[in-house]
Design a protein around this ligand. Structure first.
Ligand SMILES: NC(=O)c1ccc[n+]([C@@H]2O[C@H](COP(=O)([O-])OP(=O)(O)OC[C@H]3O[C@@H](n4cnc5c(N)ncnc54)[C@H](OP(=O)(O)O)[C@@H]3O)[C@@H](O)[C@H]2O)c1
Length: 330
């Protein structure tokens, strides 16, 4: 049983705990909040014997904890990750797991040095819909185009527009559309097609907060183009699409694919609904446990090479957009 702690008390942590419970291999051991009362309130559905902390260093030293799930604002992932890796704990850090590639390199080096796991919680990579998508790619022939689309009006954008300082639109938290949302359609491109020859990125920088509210990326490969669109200030109802010379595959939601539709060229439309657990973070939690059990620092699905490739493109896209985080200058 992997005894794990959580950082962050928002709904995503509850979703992760549900996924971790569903593995049958993880036990919630500790909760950190900046406010101990909040940690107590959050702990209520999960039993009496939990270790509650408002001191992160003390939690990192807790000998009864094997691993930590980090779901704080993006800018905290690297410093918090380092703290736990240094204490020999396995780390699963929400996306984006670091503010930039330099921070990621430090995390990866530390994970190797301490012989523990570091994984970016990009849940898509281990979901059944993504696995099925990879299987169906063989039906498409030479792939010519991938259009990855994730545009979702943020539930916090109205408050941001009203002048409130909300976390998801702050440079000092390393937030913005690209790192929060664009990373979902970007991951499959870099997983399936490798590093691009060059990229072009643009984005709409918001006046208050200064992060990107939306944007797009072009990734160029020999014989293949990738177009990524992402937004936190508008909605899209379009699926994502992979086009090959022999057919086209539609993916309903690139972040958590559940229905895949194949259009073989000249053939009948084929629909593939993919059964997925309601607690859909169970798949990444299982992969995290399997990696810990394998005594390797990185999962083959969530490899260090892939994480670095993704963060290298994120850095270059932000450079082209003129989006610099305070974490970049530390
Ligand atoms: N995988 C997914 O499907 C998914 C979905 C949503 C979000 N995410 C990722 O999960 C992470 C958290 O996102 P979120 O929207 O839940 O973030 P959030 O609400 O802004 O913050 C998450 C937690 O961090 C702590 N926190 C808030 N403000 C803080 C501050 N100023 N300093 C230190 N800690 C602070 C809070 O816990 P306490 O008040 O208890 O300390 C809060 O519950 C992000 O990296 C995001 O990209 C992933």
């Amino acid at each position: 049983m992997i005894r794990y702690a959580v950082i962050g008390t928002s709904p995503i942590t509850k979703a992760f705990i549900a996924g971790a419970e569903a593995t049958g291999k993880m036990h919630l051991q500790a909760i950190y909040s900046r406010d101990l009362q909040k940690a107590k309130d959050f702990s209520l559905p999960y039993g009496q014997d939990l270790h509650l902390y408002d001191d992160l260093e003390a939690m990192a030293k807790d000998p009864t904890i094997d691993a930590v799930y980090i779901a704080s604002p993006n800018a905290y992932h690297a410093p918090q990750g380092k703290l736990f890796l240094t204490q020999g704990k396995h780390v699963l850090a929400e996306k984006a797991c670091a503010s930039n590639k330099k921070e990621l390199e430090e995390l990866l080096a530390l994970a190797k040095e301490k012989n523990v796991v570091f994984m970016e919680a990009m849940k898509t990579l281990s979901m059944p819909g993504y696995v099925k998508m990879k299987e169906l790619l063989g039906r498409l022939g030479p792939i010519r185009k991938y259009i990855g689309n994730y545009c979702q009006y943020s539930s916090r954008y109205d408050r941001h527009k009203a002048g409130e300082r909300v976390n998801t639109f702050q440079r000092d938290f390393s937030n913005g559309s690209l790192l929060d949302i664009g990373i979902y359609p970007l991951y499959p491109a870099l997983d399936l097609f490798g590093p691009p020859q060059f990229i072009k990125a643009q984005g709409t920088l918001l006046k208050e907060g200064g992060v990107d509210g939306s944007g797009s990326l072009l990734l160029h490969y020999e014989g293949l183009d990738v177009i990524i669109t992402h937004s936190k200030i508008s909605d899209s109802h379009m699926p994502s699409e992979i086009q090959g010379e022999l057919g086209t595959l539609l993916i309903d939601r690139i972040g958590s694919p559940k229905v895949l539709t194949l259009y073989p060229r000249g053939g009948e439309r084929e629909e593939y609904p993919v059964e997925t657990c309601d607690a859909d973070m169970v798949y990444e939690a299982l992969e995290f446990v399997a990696t810990i059990e394998s005594a390797r620092s990185f999962s083959p699905l969530y490899s260090d090479t892939l994480m670095l490739r993704v963060h290298s493109v994120l850095d270059e896209a932000r450079r082209q957009m003129g989006l610099i985080y305070p974490a970049d200058t530390r």
